[in-house]
Design a protein around this ligand. Structure first.
Ligand code: ADP
Ligand code: MG
Length: 389
C-alpha cells in the first residue's frame, strides 16, 4: 500500500528525519492560508501516489498568494499524468504547501526490501532528483548499495561509511546518520516495503533535509498496523481492484482486450502467457480463489466487464477445491443477469467437470467450450470481434 508524500513526511518526522514545515490543503483558499502561515515563497505540491510530479507540472515554487491560488486552482480536481502514472493519471484532491528550501545539492536515499539477500537494502547516490531507475540503467556505478543485517540492525558505522561515499563532511555526517536511523526504524517498525527520499538535499547552509518522501507498506501486515492502514487513500487506487477485493477476488487491470476469469494465481499467469502465445493480449489478471460460489463468479464477470476494452471473456478453471458445477452455474447466471452478448470461452477441468459441462451445454446460451488451456486461449483470441482483433 502506498501513501501520500505529506503522510510519509509526517511519519518520518516522528522518527526524527528533518522535513520542511508544511500544511495540507484541499481548496485554493486553504492553500493560500497555509502559504500565509508559513511565509512566502512556498512550494506547492500535488499529492498523488506517483513520482515524476516535478517534471509533469505538479510542483511549483510560488512567490505570492495569487500565484498559490492560481496554481491550486489549476491542479485541484484534475488528473495529473506523470511518467509513473498511466495515460489517465491520478486525481489531485490535496496539495502540500511547503516552505521553500534553499537547495545546494540533491542526493538520493532509498531503503528497499531486497529479495535476493532477503534483507533491507540501502541504495544511495550523490545524484538525486532524477529517477533512480534511469540512473541505475545509465550509470550503475553512481549508486551505492548496502545491506542491513537483521541481527544487528543498522550499525552506526554503516551510516558513516555511506555519508563519506556521498561526499559529506563535518556535522553533515551526524545529520546523515540521524536520517538513516529514522528511515530504518520507520521501515522496520511499520512493516514498510520501501522508504524513498528523492531528493534528500543539502541546503545552502549545509544542513540535510528530506524534500520528497515516499513510503510503501506490506498489505499483509496492515492488520497489525491500524495507524498505517488509516493512511490509505482509495481515491488513488484502481477502483476495479478495490471492488474486486471486496468479493475476495484478486484482480489486476492490464491493457489488453481478453478478460480473464481464472482460479489460482499460477494458472492465471499461465493462461495470460498462453493468450500472448496465441497472439492476443489479456485485459486483466484475475484469481477467483478456492471454493468460488456462483455469486463470486458473477462478481468476477462484473469486475472484468467494468473494463470497456474487454471484447471476449475467457473462463479457465482447474477445479481442486473449486467445483466446476458451481463455476458453470455462475457463468450461466452472469450471462443472463448481465445480458452478455460478447463471446465467452469456458474451459473446465477437475472436480465435478461433467456436471459443469452439462450445465454449460444445457443452458442453451452461446457459450464456447474448450478442452485444453491451449485450445481455450486460441479460441478466445480467434473469437474477438473483427474490430478488436
Ligand atoms: P517528484 O519526485 O514527484 O518530482 P519532488 O518532491 O521530488 O517531486 O519535487 C521535485 C523537485 O522540486 C525536487 O527535486 C526539488 O528540486 C523541488 N522541491 C520539492 N520540494 C521543495 C521544497 N520544499 N523547496 C524547494 N524545492 C523543492
Ligand atoms: Mg522526488
Amino acid at each position: 500500500m502506498d501513501i501520500h508524500e505529506h503522510q510519509a513526511k509526517d511519519v518520518l518526522r516522528r522518527f526524527g528525519v528533518p522535513v520542511p514545515d508544511g500544511g495540507i490543503a484541499f481548496a485554493p483558499e486553504q492553500a493560500m492560508h497555509e502559504a500565509r502561515k508559513l511565509g512566502l515563497p512556498v512550494v506547492v505540491k500535488a499529492q498523488v501516489h506517483a513520482g515524476g510530479r516535478g517534471a509533469a507540472g505538479g510542483v511549483k515554487l510560488c512567490r505570492s498568494e495569487t500565484e498559490v491560488n492560481a496554481f491550486a486552482l489549476s491542479l485541484l480536481g484534475r488528473n495529473l499524468v506523470t511518467k509513473q502514472t498511466d495515460a489517465q493519471g491520478k486525481p489531485v484532491h490535496r496539495l502540500l504547501v511547503e516552505k521553500a528550501t534553499d537547495i545546494s545539492k540533491e542526493l538520493y536515499l532509498g531503503l528497499v526490501l531486497d529479495r535476493k539477500s532477503e534483507r533491507i537494502m540501502i541504495v544511495a547516490s550523490r545524484e538525486g532528483g532524477m529517477e533512480i531507475e534511469e540512473l541505475a540503467e545509465d550509470r550503475p556505478d553512481a549508486l551505492v548499495r548496502m545491506v542491513i543485517d537483521p541481527a544487528t540492525g543498522l550499525v552506526p558505522f554503516q551510516s558513516r561509511e555511506l555519508a563519506f561515499k556521498l561526499g559529506m563532511s563535518g556535522s553533515q555526517i551526524a545529520q546523515f546518520s540521524n536520517v538513516m536511523r529514522g528511515c530504518y526504524r520507520a521501515f522496520r517498525d511499520l512493516d514498510a516495503t520501501m522508504v524513498e527520499i528523492n531528493p534528500l538535499v543539502i541546503t545552502g547552509s549545509g544542513d540535510l533535509i528530506a524534500l520528497d518522501a515516499k513510503m510503501s507498506f506490506d498489505t499483509n501486515a496492515l492488520f497489525r498496523r491500524p495507524e498505517v492502514a488509516a493512511l490509505r487513500d482509495p481515491g488513488q487506487e484502481d477502483p476495479r481492484e478495490d471492488a474486486a477485493a471486496e468479493h475476495g477476488l484478486n484482480y489486476v487491470g492490464l491493457e489488453g482486450d481478453i478478460g480473464c476469469i481464472i482460479n489460482g494465481a499460477g494458472l492465471a499467469m499461465a493462461t495470460m502467457d498462453m493468450i500472448q502465445l496465441a497472439g492476443g493480449s489479456p485485459a486483466n489478471f484475475l484469481d477467483i480463489g478456492g471454493g468460488a460460489s456462483p455469486e463470486r463468479v458473477v462478481a468476477a464477470f462484473r469486475t472484468v466487464l467494468s473494463d470497456p476494452n474487454v471484447s471476449v471473456v475467457l473462463v479457465n478453471i482447474f477445479a481442486g477445491i473449486n467445483r466446476c458445477d458451481w463455476v458453470a452455474s455462475g457463468v450461466v447466471q452472469a450471462y443472463r443477469e448481465l445480458n452478455l452478448t460478447l463471446p465467452v470461452v469456458v474451459r473446465l477441468a477437475g472436480t465435478n467437470v461433467d456436471e459443469g459441462r452439462w450445465i454449460i451445454n444445457e443452458s442453451g446460451l452461446p457459450l464456447i467450450s474448450a478442452d485444453t488451456l491451449a485450445e481455450a486461449a486460441a479460441t478466445a483470441v480467434a473469437s474477438r470481434p473483427a474490430m478488436a482483433a
